[in-house]
Design a protein around this ligand. Structure first.
Ligand code: GUN
Ligand code: FE
Length: 419
């Protein structure tokens, strides 16, 4: 196949580290076979004749990555926000997820979800679906059609949940293995082992899922230490483990393969230090944590330990998919945390931008940056003409804080235009 090479010209900005932005005014981003080839102020002669699209003073930045989101909760945004976690699950969420026993409903909602991801400039995501294997396949098929790189988890739950959403343990493991075999060799959409959270899985189910993770070397995602009542419940259900995370650890679901744990709000200092040493990435979901009054993740404390933190929308506990808004909420909640704990300074814009791009991208290996060798997942952002005198960093800040998706003019994943 002939190589496909092209360049986009504009004002390029991204975060190589979480300390500061890398900025390239009026430069060429060269993309070869879907991968970033380089950034040039003047296009070298060897690229003579390639297609160049000049975007003027538009910003060019990495696409956003959402490391924790529930596609099946897309139709319940804003509902049940007066509840805390356990009541929110039983009053709204479980009932909504049951609707995905209908493939027709799944097709409709998952298509709307995927379209909104692209509208929001989210170019890859790690996603929970529901227990329903056929609907889960539908979600994967839609993401593939839309060219959105993703990990998708078939959710597993076999205890402490309503009968309409409660799996038979053996069937659950069998269907999970079928789902794995169907998607594991796909280049774009990958399976991820997804026990909902410790309270809704039996020991047998957790053991079976950990065995599958190890057998197929698959990543794992779940929820950890989100809410104090949830933690007390886990301690009651698994007294032999002695700590919430140890339930996952005991069953090969905590760092034995690469692992995402949403929330991690109420970990002890010793648990945070332990997390720093293993292949478990905490995912900060500040919208969700505010909406369900769960608490504030001690993000600065984790960064001080050298932990790479991911960022997630966690819809429907979060109420939107637009990652710039989640980034702003992460900064704001770190400011509230700082008001209560003076020694932990607030997060900076560069730190949360890094979280939503290169930091999250580590889970995908080479996504989330515009450095050479990264997958060319990027956005073209057109701001109003009157913003053009501001510096590149100031314009980026304006875009992030504006909360306006309308400024996203183009969206690329793997070097292909997806909107
Ligand atoms: N814990 C278990 N299930 C869920 C869920 O669907 N959302 C959130 N935020 N926490 C959970
Ligand atoms: Fe969640």
């Amino acid at each position: 196949m002939p190589e496909k090479i092209f360049a986009i010209k504009g004002d390029i900005i991204f975060t190589e580290t979480n300390k500061q932005f890398s900025t390239y005014l009026q430069s060429f981003l060269v993309i070869k076979d879907g991968i970033v080839e380089g950034i040039y102020k003047i296009l070298p002669e060897k690229f003579n004749g390639i297609s160049v699209s000049d975007k003027g003073h538009a910003l060019i930045l990495p696409g956003f990555i959402d490391l924790h989101t529930h596609a099946a909760q897309f139709n319940q945004l804003g509902m049940g926000m007066d509840y805390k976690l356990i009541d929110w699950l039983s009053s709204y969420t479980f009932k909504e997820e049951e609707r995905f026993s209908s493939e027709k409903y799944a097709e409709k909602i998952y298509r709307a979800f995927a379209e909104e991801l692209i509208n929001c400039g989210t170019t890859s995501a790690v996603i929970f679906s529901t227990i329903h294997k056929n609907s889960c396949d539908i979600l994967c098929r839609i993401l593939q059609e839309k060219k959105i790189p993703a990990y998708v988890g078939k959710v597993n739950m076999d205890v402490n949940c309503p009968s309409f959403l409660c799996e038979n343990t053996a069937e659950s493991l069998q269907e999970t293995e079928e789902f794995i075999n169907k998607w594991k060799d796909n280049l774009l959409i990958k399976p991820i082992i997804t026990p909902r959270f410790a309270p809704t899985s039996s020991r047998e189910q957790l053991k079976g899922l950990g065995d599958l993770a190890v057998k197929y070397n698959l990543p794992v995602q779940s929820h950890l230490a989100e809410n104090k009542a949830e933690i007390a419940w886990v301690n009651e259900l698994f007294p032999e483990c002695g700590a919430y995370y140890k339930v996952y650890e005991q069953y090969n679901l905590y760092g034995q393969t690469k692992t995402l744990m949403a929330h991690c709000i109420h970990l002890t200092d010793a648990e945070i230090k332990h997390l720093a040493k293993i292949d478990v990435m905490p995912v900060h979901c500040p919208d969700s944590n505010m909406n369900l009054t769960s608490g504030i993740m001690p993000a600065r404390k984790m960064l001080n330990e050298g932990i790479n933190i991911g960022l997630g929308s966690d819809i429907g506990a979060g109420h939107e998919l637009f990652m710039p808004n989640v980034m702003v909420r992460a900064i704001q909640s770190s400011k509230i945390y700082n008001m209560q704990h003076n020694e932990y300074k607030p997060l900076s814009l560069a730190e949360v931008f890094y979280m939503a791009t290169k930091g999250c991208g580590k889970f995908f290996d080479n996504r989330g940056s515009l450095e050479n060798g990264y997958q060319a997942d990027f956005l073209v952002i057109d701001l109003p003409e009157y913003k053009q005198n501001a510096s590149l960093e100031e314009r980026l800040a304006y875009f992030v804080y504006s909360g306006e998706k309308k400024y996203i003019k183009e969206c690329y994943a793997n070097g292909k235009k997806i909107s």
